[in-house]
Design a protein around this ligand. Structure first.
Ligand SMILES: [Zn+2]
Length: 154
């Protein structure tokens, strides 16, 4: 019996991709019409990835993190707003930093709900239930930023 593979099958309906399981020998045909795999990039959609149920998730779900350099992020948090709290060794591997204005300036990656947040006066991006691969990118970015902050305590 051929191996069975989970794929994100492209539809023409309201739900653009659905999770189906196909025989290995049927895979090539599905790939040819634009299918992909859970947790992998969406074919033809630069920057997007499939979630575990084949929902399309914007990759690097914190576009601000992707568009700003780390130095710029550090400036936003530590110079422009001042850092009130930063924590790089929180429970569950969480990392977060908040500006002196409290939650309105915040960079965070939280394992509890697989969320990734960057919030400043001009940017507000918060995504939850990210695929592990995307969350890991956010976690790495957040940790890099927080390591550069001058204040770091629990
Ligand atoms: Zn298909």
């Amino acid at each position: 019996m051929a191996p069975r593979v989970n794929i994100c099958h492209r539809t023409n309906g309201d739900t653009p991709f659905i999770l189906i399981t196909v025989d290995d020998h049927a895979l090539a045909g599905h790939v040819d019409h634009g299918d992909g795999y859970p947790g992998q990039p969406v074919p033809g959609q630069s920057g997007n990835v499939f979630g575990t149920d084949c929902q399309v998730v914007t990759a690097l779900a914190c576009p601000c993190w992707a568009n700003l350099t780390e130095a710029q992020l550090v400036t936003i948090l530590s110079t422009e707003f001042g850092v009130r709290q930063a924590d790089c060794t929180g429970a569950n591997n969480d990392v977060f930093a908040r500006g002196i204005d409290g939650n309105s300036t915040e960079i965070a990656a939280m394992q509890t709900d697989m969320s990734c947040t960057l919030r400043t006066s001009t940017n507000n991006v918060s995504m939850t239930s990210l695929p592990a691969s995307v969350f890991d990118v956010c976690l790495t970015q957040a940790r890099k930023v927080i390591q550069q902050l001058s204040v770091c305590f629990d």
